[in-house]
Write a protein that binds this ligand. Structure first.
Ligand code: SF4
Length: 266
């Protein structure tokens, strides 16, 4: 699919849940989160309907996100079904890594090809402070399990800003270098002000080359992270909502209503 600015739209990011086992300060409010009802979250069958329609229209890359995708029960089954879709070339996941030690082998065997793992610091105390409850040892065990399961490449998503100083990013870069992992630096975003930047080491935030659509866990197709446009796949059906999303994709992101990342998966 090509949008009206000549960009090839070939990636769909699918948030499979708004739930997460961490409470990262830049993602979840201190006051806790109002989670969606189960009936508001797309079923696997609904997600597969959207994915099949999207691949039929030119999407070749799918990335599973959350919340934390590995907390969704049966996600391995979804990976297997997605991996069997003809025309899907690349199947990836963005995860906080804390459950990878348990699931890396099974998602790899089911057809997952690669992972991005969130790691904003190598300092165990700051990690717990940033995630409000996380243990960095679980992420490190997850990285080892992903390597053992031959998921490749493994990239580290490192957020910079707020409590996270540049020095933390440097320590993550060094950790990545010594462990053969690519590191992407993501600067804090501000939706209402439309403030975001190009991901260092990635494509995110580069509107001129933007190739993606997003499906949120409650069934909204979003043409752009920094836009208030979203289309309901339950109301419009997968094909029509995807077609309209491409038609309505803005040339660049701008100020928009605040988005909780745990709902749309970044
Ligand atoms: S702000 Fe919107 S157009 Fe720009 S890179 Fe992000 S999703 Fe794409």
């Amino acid at each position: 699919m090509t949008d009206r600015f000549g960009r090839i739209i070939d990636q769909l990011r699918i948030s499979v849940t708004d739930r997460c086992n961490l409470r990262c300060r830049y993602c979840m409010p201190a006051s806790g989160v109002k989670l969606l009802r189960n009936t508001d979250i797309l079923s696997f069958e609904e997600i597969l309907d959207v994915a099949r329609a999207a691949v039929g229209m030119g999407i070749t890359k799918i990335r599973l996100t959350g919340g934390e995708p590995l907390v969704r029960r049966g996600v391995v089954h979804l990976v297997e079904k997605l991996a069997s879709i003809d025309g899907l070339v690349d199947l990836a996941m963005t995860t906080n890594g804390t459950l990878l030690a348990e699931h890396a082998r099974s998602v790899a065997d089911a057809g997952l090809q690669r992972v991005n793992i969130s790691l904003d610091t190598t300092d165990p105390h700051l990690y717990r402070q940033m995630t409000r409850c996380g243990d960095i040892r679980a992420v490190l065990a997850g990285i080892r399990a992903a390597q053992a399961a031959r998921l490749h490449p493994i990239k580290l998503n490192c957020v910079v800003g707020g409590l996270l100083a540049g020095s933390d990013a440097l320590s993550v870069k060094e950790f990545g270098r010594t462990n053969g992992l690519q590191v992407r630096i993501i600067r804090m975003m501000h939706f209402e002000r439309g403030v975001f930047s190009v991901v260092e080491g990635g494509r995110g935030g580069d509107c001129r080359r933007c190739n993606r659509l997003r499906l949120s866990s409650d069934g909204s197709i979003r043409p752009c992270l920094f836009s208030d446009v979203f289309l309901s796949v339950r109301r419009l059906g997968p094909s029509k909502s995807i077609r309209l999303a491409v038609a309505k994709k803005p040339q660049a992101g701008g100020p928009c209503a605040h988005q909780w990342m745990y709902r749309i998966g970044g």
